[in-house]
Design a protein around this ligand. Sequence first.
Ligand code: AMP
Length: 190
Amino acid sequence: MQVCVYCASSAKIHQDYFNATDLLAKELVKNGFSVVFGGGSLGLMGQLADSVLEAGGNIKGIMPQFMNEVEWGHRGVSDFVYTQTMHERKAKFLEGTDALIALPGGTGTFEELFEAITLKKMGQFTKPIIILNTRNYYNSFIELMNQAVLEKFMAETHQALWTMVNEPTEVVPAILNTPLWEKGLSEAKV
Ligand code: AMP
């Protein structure tokens, strides 16, 4: 089983975020998941890689060549794929993954998460998308999505595109318990 984790590059964040990432990494390795991530050495990306490696797990970084040139890559990760563009990188994150996990992050994390949700809504991606709501970071995302449903920009059924959990220990059970989304488009889904 393989998971892709979207997460922050910022290192200036509360220690709780690092602790949750460390715990999640250990849970993933313990449950036999290999991990794909953005390849960065800083922030939650750095913590994720450090903790997966420390626990003896497998981790692969996918990074555009221009980031590699400025040495943003994590030095301890030996398995790296370099892409030409950010777009190509995002597509590769989805290849062969059994689930996506979004940890707290900034615009980079948000755009990765929103693209995955949109692809899933279109039936182009069917796997579980789990959002870890450490420190209630994603409460405003839920508010925004509720507003989108209220104003009928989205159907209520679309709120099943993702699963939100509060604790790192809930992520693996959420992956295992989330059914695959229907492939392709159907009238009922839009
Ligand atoms: P952000 O949430 O804005 O910190 O962006 C994190 C996401 O964007 C990661 O999942 C990466 O794919 C990408 N990203 C942004 N900054 C970096 C960086 N310094 N090194 C590697 N990837 C990055």
